[in-house]
Write a protein that binds this ligand. Structure first.
Ligand code: SAH
Length: 231
């Protein structure tokens, strides 16, 4: 059998870069523990980050930056979040294998793939049709069968599959969309960047009480693309 040295060596290379990235994420987690309340992310979350091929979700021009710990452009003026932020937001949701999670802002599909390793099903809404369709095809090609992508305005959530155990928003609105609070189970968590287009943004963790009210905690400054659509 012919040995394809080229592809074998680049696969090893990506695997090595991914392991180094996990070390950087662990260092960042320790450094931000005072803000986030977590000095390390769970083994499950780190394993999920270690198993998703981030280089498959970026464009060919970005492929050699795929494992750098910073955001990357994904076209249409949008970005795939910094891996440390993906890890942090995922960890904050304290996900269980039986959970059904809603994501607003599918983008490249990378965050959805990470979530899909940890839960029963991921429902993800993307407002830019071309991005949503590309992510859906990509996730399908890579065998992520427990992710559904809808093209639409995430301001309305995805009511057909509610209630969700957890919700993650990866674009920044000025306030938590009320539909998302409605579509969250009591006891469930939302992680969301909040801020104005020109002002500072903060990553916020909100928990829903059985009476429907929410308590929010501001964690740390972040920089996400703006939430567009009907808010
Ligand atoms: N989670 C993505 C990163 C997405 S960047 C990933 O892993 O690649 C934020 C995304 O949110 C962009 O693709 C943007 O088009 C989308 N977005 C912005 N406003 C939205 C809205 N109202 N509803 C759904 N998606 C929205």
């Amino acid at each position: 059998m012919m040995h394809n040295f080229q592809s074998g060596s680049s696969a090893d290379n990506f695997a090595r870069q991914r392991r180094r990235l996990l070390d950087e994420i662990a260092d960042d987690a320790a450094m931000t523990a005072i803000d986030t309340g977590r000095s390390a992310f769970s083994g499950k979350v780190m394993a999920a980050l270690g198993s998703v091929d981030r280089h498959r979700f970026v464009s060919d021009e970005q492929i050699y930056s795929a494992y750098a710990n910073h955001p990357l452009p994904i076209g249409h003026g949008q970005t795939i979040s910094q891996p440390y932020i993906v890890a942090l937001m995922t960890d904050l949701l304290d996900l269980e294998k039986t959970d059904r999670v809603l994501e607003i802002g599918t983008g490249s599909g990378y965050q959805a793939a990470v979530l899909s390793e940890l839960v029963e099903h991921v429902y993800s809404v993307e407002i830019v049709a071309a991005l949503g369709e590309r992510a859906r095809a990509k996730l399908n090609d890579l065998g992520y069968t427990n992710v559904s992508v809808k093209i639409g305005d995430g301001w309305e959530g995805w009511p057909e599959h509610a209630p969700y155990d957890a919700i993650i928003v990866t674009a920044a609105p000025e306030e938590i969309p009320p539909a998302l609070v409605q579509q969250l189970k009591p006891g469930g968590k939302i992680v969301i960047p909040l801020g104005s287009i020109f002002g500072a943004q903060e990553l916020v963790l909100a928990t829903k009480y059985p009476d429907g009210g929410i308590v929010t905690r501001r964690l740390l400054p972040v920089s996400f693309v703006p939430f567009t659509g009907g808010n």
